[in-house]
Design a protein around this ligand. Sequence first.
Ligand code: ASP
Length: 465
Amino acid sequence: MERIYIKDLSEHKDKEVTIKGWIDVRRDQGKMIFFDFRDMSGKVQGVVLPNATEALEAGSNVRPEWVVEVRGKVNKRPDNAVQEGKLNGDIELEILSINVLNEAETPPFDIEGDGKEINEEVRLRYRYIDLRRGRMQENVRNRHEMTHFVRDFYKKEGFTEIETPNMTKSTPEGARDYVVPSRVEQGKFYALPQSPQQYKQLLMTAGFEKYFQIARCFRDEDTRGDRQPEFTQIDMEMSFVEQEDVMAINEKMLIELVKTLYPEKKIQETPFPRLTYKEAMDKYGTDRPDLRKDKDNPNELAFCWVVDFPMFEKTDDGGWTFTHNPFSSPQPEHVNDLVEGKNTENILAAQYDIILNGSEIGGGSIRSHKPDVLRKVFETMGYVKERIDENFGHMLKALASGTPPHGGIAFGFDRMVMLLQDEPNIREVIPFAKTGEGKDLMMDAPAEIDQKQLDELKIKITKDK
Ligand code: ASP
């Protein structure tokens, strides 16, 4: 018999149907047994009536989380038992037979509630069960809605989604790299990208003009509540633009996303207010100000842009380093100072960050598209010619082969989903999240590898066990 999804049951009133799913709840009342069944589409109440002898026997053996195929009749509930506003609140499945497709061990924890009271390590270890809870299902499904909204938006605006490699060379975003040893070239390593930064700029050289990607990024940082070793960016780049153009299209994306997917939420102010870095620091003491007027209201969204960041900051040993991204360009009126090597502390970058409710959800810049300007950035940071050529020679060469003016931005997608789903940390919106120490407790990663694998890679572990 054709399987009917639980959400569609009310279209089959007075008919016999087959559903497939999980036993969500079972309440044995002796003569009758009540159930809630669950599939990907929703839940429905079922009942085994006293005269259904066979179903009664089957029904008394099954347990929550068992996987079943149930044949039953869709009955209207009596008026006094109707639950208004609830999926299938007006129907009940009269169970005729239960066929067990798979049994289940008693779950390690309850999946009925929001799970916030359960030890997180246990939830992560049994993530495949934790993900069954309604809150997690909603987080994952709404994340999917956002992914597709973003894809549609940029596609409609003429952007091409282009994948870039995960096995690459170090990209200087300021964190430690994760590395992958090469078997073929012993002693050499790939680095996992901290972002697609260089590739997306090279795609501008290549003439794509409008690129985006929902990209996985890897940074070996000490993890915190809202960080993970691997995370997802909405990454975009465009050619022949100025700062205003990049900000405008992305502001439009965010406003439309909220209106479409979170209509109950209110954006406090549009166009998004703008603060210079200096204003933000002077007024709020942070470059991520929380501008919400009512911080208790989860439906209040206060976006703002922070602009005019210093291009360089002092290092501990008295030199200079980039504040955001070495590929950022100085603002047009500051390019001369950079090239002439003067006034370094006052050079402003064409850099913009986007803040939501006090969290930085994205940042980007107009890039240096002329090779001599980019070279000067590295020189300002004290890099010698050999180091510049070895690490960034390919970028300088690309800039010297017909690269248009360009700029872009990247959003921390996990953080965006977290804020819009009103979750306290990004692990709640990452299906298979790692712990604060970067462990995948379910797969037990990181883990040792076979001696044979180490031998093939010619790697010797020197750490004492
Ligand atoms: N690649 C930068 C980052 O990951 C974002 C950008 O400038 O587009 O922070």
